[in-house]
Design a binder for this molecule. Structure first.
Ligand SMILES: N[C@@H](CCC(=O)N[C@@H](CS)C(=O)NCC(=O)O)C(=O)O
Length: 205
């Protein structure tokens, strides 16, 4: 058994971690979780991820949950791949901002659009803006790019880039030129292609 074990449902948010693991290039094992069979609610899995969600990554037996936390952790833990901006570099703050921006700003703004609230939330009380405003910020950050941190591809591109790719695929993010160009650059990465091919097999399993 590898030090790294991904609990994965294909395709889902755990596909983001699958891509991240391919970028890292360390050996890992995959344990498939069948959401339709409610594997995520089984007692043994709830011990690892009390919310009963995927992904969960085990590293040396320690469970880590939350996509962006896992991507941040892996990039720091395996720095040779240069997928992080390390402590000491003032750009690390910007890098971390994008890693948090994905789940705490883009995702909730997208959810509000896909699942509108009966009563709109007070804009000053929620921690993000409407999806159009949020996406303007992302579009500016990825053009000309090529990546969020400029020339360096980082874990932030895996986390936020996955949302952009998925969002356009499922129609909750508009196919703006900036996003299509950025998604194209991400899809061209060999690790992204390897992860996509594996995920296709996992989906059939
Ligand atoms: N905040 C979590 C979200 C994880 C999540 O919502 N995963 C979905 C799959 S995309 C899930 O496990 N759904 C199964 C369920 O809710 O029972 C993260 O970033 O890891």
């Amino acid at each position: 058994m590898s030090d790294l074990v991904l609990y994965h449902a294909s395709p889902s948010r755990s596909s983001v971690v699958l891509w991240m693991l391919e970028e890292i290039g360390e050996p890992y094992d995959v344990k498939l979780i069948k959401l339709a069979d409610n594997d995520q609610h089984k007692p043994d899995y709830l011990k690892l991820n009390p919310l009963g969600k995927v992904p969960t990554l085990l590293h040396k037996g320690v469970p880590i949950t939350e996509v962006s936390a896992i991507c941040t952790y892996l990039a720091d833990e395996f720095p040779a791949r240069k997928l992080n901006i390390p402590p000491g570099n003032p750009q690390r703050g910007v890098y971390l901002k994008w890693l948090f921006f994905a789940p705490s700003v883009v995702e909730p703004a997208a959810n509000d659009k896909v699942f509108p609230r009966k009563e709109p939330a007070r804009p000053t009380a929620i921690g993000y803006r409407d999806l159009d405003t949020v996406l303007d910020v992302v579009a500016k950050a990825v053009s000309p790019g090529p990546f969020l941190m400029g020339e360096q591809f980082t874990a932030a591109d895996v986390a936020l880039g996955s949302l952009v790719r998925w969002g356009m695929m499922f129609g909750f993010i508009p196919k703006r030129d900036e996003f299509e160009a950025y998604a194209g650059r991400l899809a061209a990465r060999p690790a992204a292609q390897k992860a996509a091919a594996k995920d296709e097999q996992f989906a059939k399993a």
